[in-house]
Design a protein around this ligand. Sequence first.
Ligand code: SAH
Length: 342
Amino acid sequence: MILDFSLQELENYVKGLNEPKFRAVQLFEAMMQNKALDEISNLPNAFKQKIEKDYPKYEVVAHLTSKDGTEKVAIKFQDGSIVESVLLKYKYGNTVCVSTQVGCRMGCKFCASTLNGLKRNLTAGEILLQVLFFNRNLGGNLKERKVTNVVLMGCGEPLDNYDNVTKFLKLVSSESGLNISQRNISLSTCGLVPNIKKLADDGFSVTLTISLHAPNDDLRKTIMPIANAYKISEILNACDYYFDKTGRRICFEYSLIEGVNDNDACIKELAQIMRGRSCHVNLIPLNSVKEKSLLGVNRKKAYRIAEDLTKLGISATVRRTMGEDIEGACGQLRNRVGGENA
Ligand code: SAH
């Protein structure tokens, strides 16, 4: 699929078709506006026929709008895989939350994305398409971009799909494309330590968000299998490394699960391990997932915990829940198979 290609790669592609180089720019610009092939007026039909098999094709099989304005789409790719993406409208701009894999193999006990395991990685173009879809739907074009921020917080573990995800980061921040700066992109990971370091070494500077959810390894192992592979201390070292290289403050996500990680001892321990770091803690009252038995704390308790952390010297806020009524909130995205969209 040619949406996976950088402009340079597209130039090689059109050259291979014995077409002039300027066709690459025409194609790139058309794709960045999410145009269908028959909507592109400046390309000859003979050329369109040549590229038809490689041009991005997808179908929107569901498009829901929440009462708070959040939108969720389910996009079906040619192999039948369906991924969900969310548009969150804030005062300062529009954020698209993209999925990076069809399903997920991390197995977190509280998350819907992992229910059917991992089906496959998404390609760079398939991740980009999710942003392009919403940008066009909001009336954006190449001159006027409507999507201002991107979060890699949908279905999948971004650092488990490193090559495609980093290629996506380059495409979405490309000056000739949507030109979304890395400062406006957040990548969330359950903590694949070697790839956190690699991201810094490869020169990326997106906001790194760590799904921590527990202040010690023993508790973390009971809710997140990845804790058996990497210790919290190793994750924190990798975060320090990332901060040193990029200067970007790290964000830690802590989903509050009733009776599991919400007691005073846990919160004190959390403050202890965060102390002295340039970081921010984002508390998320666990959103319900019908197949999972864990419960979230109420928002009042979440605000009290945020206050406790602040008193202990740790910057902390409670994340607004958006799109819960359309199962578009954190941890509620899943890979649906055809017909299972209700
Ligand atoms: N795999 C990546 C990207 C997913 S981001 C990661 O783990 O970071 C989605 C965020 O929502 C993560 O912090 C995830 O741990 C959190 N989350 C998952 N299930 C949730 C739920 N039911 N309620 C609230 N947050 C949840």
